[in-house]
Design a binder for this molecule. Structure first.
Ligand code: BEZ
Length: 215
């Protein structure tokens, strides 16, 4: 069954390049990005895994762990990781699940038979520290993902979880945000005492509240 936003991310045990894991134990109290790629020793996947390895400090800064998956065996992952390091200039620094029996792929609906009945598509699940699924993205095999965009969505998810705001189109950390329509003007005055720019009664703009210093 498809996994939807707000669902509890199912737990699993798996073999990875860093040994056997229980997913929940591996996450601990952190958020996680679980992403699948179609196949080892393929060009787009090689560039993606190099990019994620380089971005690992950015994920860590946000309290997020990353873990990849394909239906290849762990010995393939180990051999391929040398190619990733050689061609992308980054050593694999996060676990890759070897899902040869497709247990996790099936659990997370990562194989889309009308696209390819053998390999996983490029799925992304952002899972919060309560094990809730907060974001899902699916790309086809031929299109590499933009992991800066995944960092951007994590910034939005964390900000909007902590403040009664939403982030507008193309928002990035530090940009102005939108007061959620559910917050009345009366309550908004308490939360945003410096006021807001009201373009429409439902479109109220305030500076990023996480960047505000209190005086
Ligand atoms: C790739 O990673 O380059 C790739 C994998 C499967 C199908 C097409 C491209």
């Amino acid at each position: 069954m498809a996994i939807r936003l707000g669902d509890v991310a199912p737990n699993f045990k798996a073999t990875t390049t860093e040994g056997e894991i229980d997913f929940y134990q591996w996450m601990g109290d952190k958020w996680a990005v679980l992403f699948s790629h179609p196949k080892d020793f393929t060009p787009v996947c090689t560039t993606e895994l190099g990019a994620v390895a380089k971005l690992k400090p950015e994920f860590e800064k946000r309290g997020v762990k990353v873990i990849g998956l394909s239906v290849d065996a762990v010995k393939d992952h180990a051999g391929w990781s040398k190619d990733i390091e050689e061609t992308q200039g980054a050593r694999l620094n996060f676990p890759l699940i070897a899902d040869a029996d497709r247990k996790v792929s099936d659990l997370y609906d990562m194989i889309h038979p009308n696209a390819n009945d053998t390999f996983t598509v490029r799925s992304v699940f952002v899972i919060d520290n309560n094990k809730k699924v907060r974001l899902t993205i699916t790309y086809p095999a031929s299109t590499g993902r933009n992991f800066d965009e995944i960092l951007r969505t994590i910034d939005s998810l964390k900000l909007t979880s902590n403040h009664q705001v939403a982030t507008p189109v193309n928002w990035k950390q530090g940009d102005d945000v939108i007061i959620v329509p559910a917050l009345s003007n009366e309550d908004a005055k308490k939360k945003f005492p410096n006021g807001w720019k009201e373009l429409k009664p439902y479109l109220r703009i305030v500076p990023d509240p996480s960047k505000q210093t209190t005086t």
